[in-house]
Design a protein around this ligand. Structure first.
Ligand code: ATP
Length: 357
């Protein structure tokens, strides 16, 4: 399958005087999968509908392989779609569902059958060809929907929350499956999701949206490790948020005053902040280290609660009257022996973020 580029150029969408999308630009390279990630109402579906041709934007352009598609009807855009609710035709068998788009294009019956079977093999369901959707599990139905979407060899595949109706274990299997298929076919794709783990698992690039605006477009790793805004930091992964005042910024570190007048030095390579500036310090729970005795740079604190979370343990820690933080580590037999009075500090590899308020 030939890979195509997709350019979303300065898309604005207004409904009356409400701006649902505000000058959003995203470029996706041929064969890449991009996750559109953001909370409910941030504009993900509106943007996907514009790319698919179901809605017309107020301003901006959509280009596939450099060609504007704004004046093309959805069925002329060569785009495959997979939705949350599978949207299979219940009265048609699996193979009829997969063949539907090809038949609508008036392809020859032999090519239709050959292509439909190929697609069923790709999603590993050739044996289910004569079953009806109601005879399949949710995951199988979603694979049929995927086979149907790729049967017409679309230039771009749009996946709108395709896994949200599946249970958690099946969801991870399907996420890995989609990524494998998307790589195998080299197809350019957009995945809409409000689930940050799903975006990280599936996508090459992640576009984080908030209130119609693009907050950050980056690799999944950079979105997690180097969030550009406080919103991205909060939305993607867990983080402790600590109000602080800058005491001084030097080269490679920043000295901050946090709760109860305690001081903390954090590694910092970005632009410094002036002394006295109010900031928000964010630290991922896995970047906070607990010690049972004093260590340089560590702060005295109190462990309130420790509880298992899968293979990890979560510790709730009180740092002064008004500040409590979470710390997450691999579960260990030593957790039970941790004292209430502890010391807390940054791990060697921690990369906390500091945002101006
Ligand atoms: P969800 O995850 O809940 O589906 P979303 O990120 O996909 O949310 P959209 O459905 O794109 O968000 O909606 C973005 C905003 O635009 C919302 O505030 C929504 O109410 C508004 N909106 C969407 N379509 C219309 C419309 N046809 N008329 C008026 N407002 C609309």
């Amino acid at each position: 399958m030939k890979s195509s580029s997709l350019d979303i150029e300065s898309i604005t969408q207004r409904f009356g005087n409400f701006t649902a999308l505000d000058d959003v630009s995203i470029s996706i390279n041929p064969g890449e999968i991009l996750a559109l990630l953001g909370p409910s109402g941030c504009g993900k579906t509106s943007l996907l509908r514009i790319v698919a041709g179901f809605a017309r934007q107020t301003a901006g352009a959509i280009r596939i392989d450099g060609r504007t598609v704004d004046d093309l009807q959805p069925n002329a855009r060569n785009i495959g779609l997979v939705f949350q609710n599978y949207a299979l035709f219940p009265h048609m068998t699996v193979i009829e569902n997969v063949a539907y788009g090809l038949q609508a294009r008036k392809e020859s019956p032999s090519l239709v059958m050959k292509r439909a079977m190929e697609c069923l093999e790709i999603v590993q369901l050739p044996h289910a060809r004569d079953r009806y959707p109601r005879q399949l599990s949710g995951g199988q139905q979603q694979r049929v929907a995927l086979a149907r979407a790729i049967a017409t060899r679309p230039q771009v595949l749009l996946l709108d929350e395709p896994f949200s109706a599946l249970d958690k274990n099946l969801r991870l299997d399907m996420q890995l499956e989609i990524k494998r298929l998307q790589r195998q076919l080299g197809i350019t794709a957009i995945l809409v999701t409000h689930d940050q783990e799903e975006a990280m698992t599936v996508a090459d690039k992640v576009a984080v949206m908030n209130q119609g605006k693009l907050e950050q477009l980056d690799t999944a790793v950079n979105i997690y490790d180097r969030p550009k805004t406080l919103f991205v930091n909060q939305f993607v992964g867990n983080c402790n948020q600590i109000q602080a005042n800058v005491i001084s910024s030097g080269s490679g570190f920043m000295q901050l005053r946090i709760a109860d007048g305690k001081e903390l030095a954090v590694p910092w390579t970005g632009e410094g902040f002036p002394a006295g500036k109010s900031v928000i310090l964010t630290i991922r729970p896995e970047q906070l280290e607990i010690a049972s005795s004093q260590r340089p740079g560590f702060i005295p604190a109190r462990r309130i609660l420790s509880t298992p979370l899968g293979g990890n343990a979560v510790h709730q820690i009180q740092m002064g009257e008004s500040l409590s933080v979470k710390s997450i580590h691999k579960r260990s037999a030593l957790d039970a022996d941790l004292p209430g009075d502890i010391w807390i500090g940054l791990s060697d590899t921690a990369s906390p973020r500091v945002f101006a308020v």
